[in-house]
Structures are given as C-alpha cells and as structure tokens.
Design a protein around this ligand. Sequence first.
Ligand code: UD1
Length: 377
Amino acid sequence: MSKSILVTGGAGYIGSHTVLQLLLSGCHVATVDNLDNSSEVAISRVRHLAGDSGKHLSFHKKKSNEARLKKIIYIKIFLNCRFDAVIHFAGSKAVGESVAKPLLYYNNNVIGTIILLEVMAAYGCKKLVFSSSASVYGSPDRVPCTEDFPLAPMNPYGQTKLMAEDICRDLHRSDPEWQIMLLRYFNPVGAHPSGLLGEDPRGIPNNLMPYVQQVAVERRPTLTVFGNNYSTKDGTGVRDYIHVVDLADGHNAALNKLFEKDSKIGCEAYNLGTGKGTSVLEIVSAFEKASGKKIPLVFGERRPGDCEVLYAATTKAETQLNWKAKYGIEEMCRDQWNWACNNPYGYGKSDSNTEDEIISTKTKASDSWFSDVCITS
Ligand code: UD1
C-alpha cells in the first residue's frame, strides 16, 4: 500500500529532489513550505517530472513563521490526512546568518521542530526523518567522521541541529513508539539531471558550489578561496561533497528502514556522505572541466569557523540503510552546470523563456535521467 508522507520544506533544494523521489517510488506526498528561501516553481517542476504521480503531491504554503500560526497550519494538514511518516527539512541554514541572528535560528529550527513533534504526537504519527547536518561534529580531530564522534557545533546553526537531535533522542527515550532517523548531511551539491531542479540561493551564495556556478555564468567576477595553507593535499579545505539526488535517495532508504516490518530503529543518526574528501581546488578544476569555463580565483584568508578536513564514515548507512552514494564529483559538476545553463537566474524567469518553454525543452533533452532514478517500493 502506498505511504502518505508529510514533507516540511519540500520546495527547497534538498526537499524538492526528495519529494520527486518519493512520488516516483509511489508515495503520496503533502508538502508545506514558507517559500522564504525557496520557490513554488520548484513544486510545479517536481509535479511535471513526476508525470502521472505528480497528482499525488499537494502543496501548502505556510504564510507565517509565528509559532502559533505554524502550529495551526500543521494541525490543519494533519486534520486532512493520516500520515505514515514526516520528513522535516524546514528550517534556516546559513551559518553566517545564524551568527548574526541566533534567535531567528533557534526559533525556526528548534521551536519549529518542537511544534511539529507536538502536532505529530497529537495525531499519533511517530515516525520522523530529520534533516540534520555534519555541522554537529564541529571540527573533529580526525576523519572519517563516524556517527559516535563527539558533537561540538561551532555556530548557532549547528547548535540548533544538535538541539533538535537531542530533543528527538529524549522524545524517543520518553516514548519508544517514536522511531526517528537523524540524517547528517555532508556537502550537498549538484542538481537534478533534467536541469529543472537545483539550488537557488538568495543573495550572495555562502557555499562553494553555488558560488563557483555564479562565477562560471559571469554573475560574479572571481571566486575567493578561503585559505590555501591548510595541511591538506593542496592547502585548501577538504569536504565530502554529495550529489543531491544521492542525498534524496538516502531519504527513501531511511523511510524504507522506518517502514520495515517490526522495525525498532529507535532514534538513530546516520551520515549521508560519500566518504571521499575533495579540496576546493579539485572542485574548481572539476567544474572547469564540466563547463569548459575558466573560474578566475583569488586566495583569501581562512573563513572563521571553517575546519580543515571533514568527510564521512559511510559504513553505518551502507550496512543499516542499504544505501550508498552512486555519483562522483564529475557527475555533481556536470549536473550543476546543466542546471546553471538552463537556469542562470535560478527559478527567477529569464527574459527569453516562459516557464512552459523551459519545462518542455529541458525534459525532452534529458529523458534519460528517468532510467537512473532509484525506485523503491
Ligand atoms: C557549510 C556550513 C555547514 C553546512 C554546509 C551545508 C560553514 C562553516 N559550514 O559547510 O554548517 O552544513 O555548509 O552545505 O559555513 N569555500 C571557499 N570559497 C567560497 C566558499 C567556500 O573557498 O566562496 C571553501 C570553504 O572554505 C570550505 C569549502 O569551500 O573549505 C566548502 O565550503 P561550503 O560550501 O561553505 O561548505 P562547508 O563550510 O563545509
């Protein structure tokens, strides 16, 4: 029987890719998003890419971040439908902003999670997949990072993820009926191979890949590499970049685990990464190769709060979730570039193309991605 899943933050970068995978694997999906850092265009493109299954997607716009109103919206959604599980993406995610506006982050990410959990409890839905982050590890003194490493976030954003994880652990301890998967994402990059879904950051991108992309399409003149004197292969920071489609698949795997017969997962954390470390200069060079564009760069100071090397140990997800990332840096850069070429201004309309034109040309050109999608039952 098909499952009904509520996805909060489903119009966002990781959310939209995950909603698409869920629809393609036969789920019915309701998604709620305040569109603060996302676009409703992503929802209509997900519907389109899902084909017939697109009719199994409903979208609710959350108009306010005010706690009481947020709760009312969740209640209305739960009154309309019985959900088998919830995937909770909604939240704020810019590290720099979290330092400047900590209350906003604690409100959106911690209080937002509590409100959702309260409503889930009230309606008897006790299966959750939570969007956590590798930022809960802070700057570990060795790699690869296993899930039992000490948790020591270095900024309010990471702190909110750790607090939400702790709340989930306590909730499970208080009531073992709660089954919760805490997914710690490493560095999501890339885009859907159709070129229709991707990351569309507002303002100046904080993260490397969207910045490189904007330099390639000449929206910005140069990339500043933050530090070239780290003890790494070429002196620049090393991270575990993971294709967003692999990450979306990881959510399907997590749900499959939650829905296993007699599953008693409890409240468990899983790294979602590739287990491979790639430096900033390696990313730049791979992107230049994929795009045929030169990325002008300058070397700058280290960014405060950055760690030297961070990549995931992947054994736990591989053995317990039966999930492993399939794509490498080449595919990540290829799909990022495809997204950039098709949507140089993100989901904002370009001068020459209407949304209908964009959808029809892009899907015709890239039907092959369909055969690549991992469909679970
Ligand atoms: C950042 C967040 C992390 C969050 C993750 C989401 C920080 C400190 N951490 O991770 O909490 O979960 O994004 O993807 O922001 N770089 C440059 N120039 C740039 C941008 C980045 O050289 O213009 C370098 C960084 O120094 C780093 C690497 O690129 O070595 C990756 O940076 P970024 O994409 O921001 O990710 P993280 O810092 O790993």
